[in-house]
Design a protein around this ligand. Structure first.
Ligand code: ACO
Length: 368
């Protein structure tokens, strides 16, 4: 009989399971630091390619100074897999179809594998969205920056500067966030030396759940269900009375407002001034947010529940013409950079992740 262990906290809350140089989430101060840079400094002024370079520095030896061309080539390479997007895959949820296409990529630990894995959700998501809408996929343009090409592959039109800046701000904002559930999943798989593709497939599988990266689609459902600011309080109170959670609110680590919410609000506003955005949408969402925060205070007085990244993600991705059912795939386009850096960090220093469990089942029965 081994000595009994203290049971772990539910959901491993507060358990430190890795040392990382990649990012720090300060849940009390509402601060996110990515490799020594505050999110406030990064979002809105950094292209996604440069953020990838920041995350990958020291983890890949052959990193080019500018990843734009290499990433463009990777997009062109993985587009060949879009030929396997048949009716069966197109009938799946977008994140399941994208995951299935990504699973066709070979495993490996090198930079070429990593770039293919960054390119994959960026190329497959527009392809899946278009095929589901009865349109043909659009091939990547390797000469374009990553964010501009994603938007062009989605709509077929040249995006505006505000739209490209909005998508860059989003991808940078969600690129890494400490040891969240999907990053932990990716690190566990990386620790077995299965390869980067396997680690990223674990990450995307964990991400798709509504308690993690699956929340922004339901935020749109909530906004559409509410319809007008004057309905917000009654709608929210009824949802909570049914025992539902409000999507886009609450966080395991943040006890204050998620700093990523405000990093996205600026680009959302900038786009709302451009063409194509729904007039009054931001003001309506702000009214719903205010009502939700007020009601959550009385609903859970002991548990600070504030706005998380998913609330303004929903508005931003909606303004960029992504359908709500594909929002999780766009989250994966950004977070894949963090998963890869964490996987390499795990490989560089970490042992096999193999915790213990406490057996609470019955003792073996004696033979009759
Ligand atoms: N709406 C209503 N009640 C909530 C919410 C919410 N959004 N979030 C937490 N609560 C309540 C829970 O019901 C629970 O109450 P109980 O103790 O009476 O059961 C209490 O607050 C504590 O909740 P936990 O589940 O213990 O909190 P945890 O830290 O595990 O959850 C989570 C964090 C999953 C994000 C949660 O706040 C939630 O479900 N939010 C809604 C979904 C969402 O927005 N997900 C995106 C998160 S951001 C991201 O992953 C990128």
């Amino acid at each position: 009989m081994t000595a009994p262990h203290a049971p772990p906290p539910e959901g491993l809350e507060g358990v430190v399971a890795a040392r990382t140089v990649l990012s720090e989430v300060d849940g009390q101060a509402g601060r996110l630091v990515i490799r020594g840079r505050s999110l406030d400094d990064l979002a809105g002024s950094t292209r996604f390619e440069d953020l990838i370079s920041l995350l990958f520095e020291g983890f890949f030896e052959d990193l080019p100074a500018d990843l734009t061309a290499a990433l463009g080539e990777a997009r062109a390479e993985v587009f060949a897999q879009a030929a396997y997007l048949d009716a069966g895959l197109a009938a799946l949820e977008p994140v399941e179809a994208v995951r299935a296409l990504m699973a066709r990529l070979p495993d490996g630990d090198d930079l070429a594998t990593a770039l293919r894995l960054i390119a994959a959700p960026a190329v497959f998501t527009p392809a899946v969205v278009r095929v589901q809408a009865g349109q043909s996929p659009i091939a990547p343009d390797p000469a374009l920056p990553h964010a501009a090409d994603i938007l062009r592959m989605l709509t077929g039109a040249t995006p505006t500067a505000a739209q490209v800046a909005g998508l860059d701000a989003y991808l940078v904002t969600v690129s890494d966030h400490g040891l969240n559930a999907s990053t932990f999943a990716a690190r566990v798989v990386a620790s077995t030396r299965a390869g980067l593709t396997s680690a990223i497939l674990a990450g995307i599988s964990a991400l798709k759940g509504p308690l993690h990266g699956g929340a922004p689609g339901p935020v749109i459902e909530m906004l559409d269900g509410i319809g007008a600011p004057e309905n917000a309080r009654a709608w929210i109170e009824a949802a909570l009375a049914r025992g539902e959670r409000l999507m886009g609110f609450g966080h395991r680590i943040y006890r204050v407002r998620d700093p990523r919410a405000d990093a996205l609000k600026g680009p959302v506003r900038a786009m709302a001034q451009g063409t194509g955005a729904r007039p009054g949408r931001v003001a309506f969402a702000e009214a719903v947010e205010a009502a939700a925060l007020d009601i959550l205070k009385t609903h859970k007085p002991d548990r600070p529940l504030d706005t998380n990244v998913e609330f303004y993600t929903a508005l931003l991705l909606e303004a960029l013409d992504f359908p709500p059912q594909a929002f999780t795939c766009v989250f994966a386009m950004g977070r894949v950079a963090g998963w890869l850096a964490h996987a390499r960090e795990q490989l560089a220093g970490g042992r096999l992740v193999r915790p213990q469990s406490v057996y609470v089942g019955p003792e073996p029965r004696k033979a009759a």
